[in-house]
Write a protein that binds this ligand. Structure first.
Ligand code: SF4
Length: 314
């Protein structure tokens, strides 16, 4: 069952000197119930803005967001409130996301209080259940966020996101601020919660080596657009888009060996002045004249299970 769908979703911001910054452009994707879609791309590619626009934490500039078949693009805050139970977010910085003046018991009960779910006793029972779900002891309820390590704080942030038993979680760089050893623990926790609870997750990261461990499918973003999207196995074993190939070439292989590294030339273009044609052409070693003039659509091409936006594939 399709839980979430975006149709040509776009988000623009006003830039300096009257320019328009196109943060997200024409993004169309689906996410099934219980599915994990990894969204990957360099810093500034629009992936976090995409997640926030889907949740209506920032207003879309164009296109549609459908959740459980309902168009939520223009719903008023009052109509969105009950839906928020079903759509939660985990942020990159768990310390900034947790109120330092509140004990964990209050932090975890707060979503239940805001949504008027249960009474004091049932909320306390839910807090204990949530701590157990994320692998923290019951005594954690009586402590403050500063009394935990970074990994434990992210477990608390995950528990809070689960408090209302959501169907969808947007995990926005949820492990990026953690040490590598702690990253793998949190990734394993998210993967296990997804299996146990049937969660759908939009897993946003700049790191393809993280994304591949949790995702059923991967969407690769460049300058606000999806340039390749498909099953994780297909993207990791046979990437089609030159940008995806470059991202993949930076990941060490089994045993620490690297294949031939593709080093991208130049910087990501200014989203206030995106290049004409294919936005990647200024950094693409395979660019031809047509790439500078016409933007390739995201489309399936013969022989590959993924969609690709590149003129190399007619
Ligand atoms: Fe490179 Fe052209 Fe493909 Fe863009 S369309 S990725 S510039 S080959």
């Amino acid at each position: 069952m399709t839980l979430l769908e975006t149709r040509n979703l776009s988000k623009t911001y006003a830039g300096a000197r009257g320019t328009v910054v196109q943060a997200v452009s024409d993004v169309s994707l689906t996410l099934g119930a219980g599915e994990v879609l990894g969204v990957v791309g360099e810093s500034g590619c629009g992936k976090s803005t995409l997640g926030r626009t889907i949740l209506r934490l920032t207003e879309p500039s164009g296109g549609q967001v459908l959740f459980k078949g309902q168009d939520i693009t223009a719903l008023k805050p009052r109509a969105m409130k009950p839906l928020r139970r079903d759509m939660q977010i985990i942020f990159q910085d768990p310390f900034g996301a947790l109120n330092p003046r509140h004990k964990v018991s209050h932090i975890l009960a707060e979503p239940l209080i805001v949504q008027r779910v249960g009474d004091g006793a049932t909320r306390s029972a839910r807090v204990a259940e949530l701590l157990d779900l994320v692998g923290l002891p019951p005594e954690a309820a009586g402590l403050y966020p500063h009394e935990f390590s970074g990994g434990q704080r992210q477990r608390i942030a995950i528990a809070r996101a689960l408090a209302l038993d959501p169907a969808l979680i947007v995990a926005d760089e949820a492990v990026s601020s953690l040490d590598v050893s702690i990253q793998s623990q949190i990734i394993n926790l998210i993967a296990s919660l997804r299996r146990r609870l049937g969660l759908a997750i939009l897993f946003i990261s700049h790191d393809l080596s993280v994304i591949r461990h949790v995702s059923d499918r991967i969407a690769v973003m460049y300058l606000g657009r999806i340039v390749e999207m498909g099953p994780t196995e297909a993207i990791m074993s046979a990437p089609q888009h030159p940008y995806t190939r470059a991202l993949l070439s930076a990941i060490p292989r089994a045993g620490g060996a690297r294949g031939q590294r593709i080093v991208l030339q130049g910087e990501v273009p200014d989203p206030a002045h995106p290049p004409a044609g294919c936005a990647f052409h200024s950094r693409c070693a395979q660019a031809t004249e047509v790439c500078r003039k016409a933007r390739p659509p995201l489309a399936v091409h013969a022989g590959a299970p993924q969609e690709v936006a590149c003129h190399l594939y007619p």
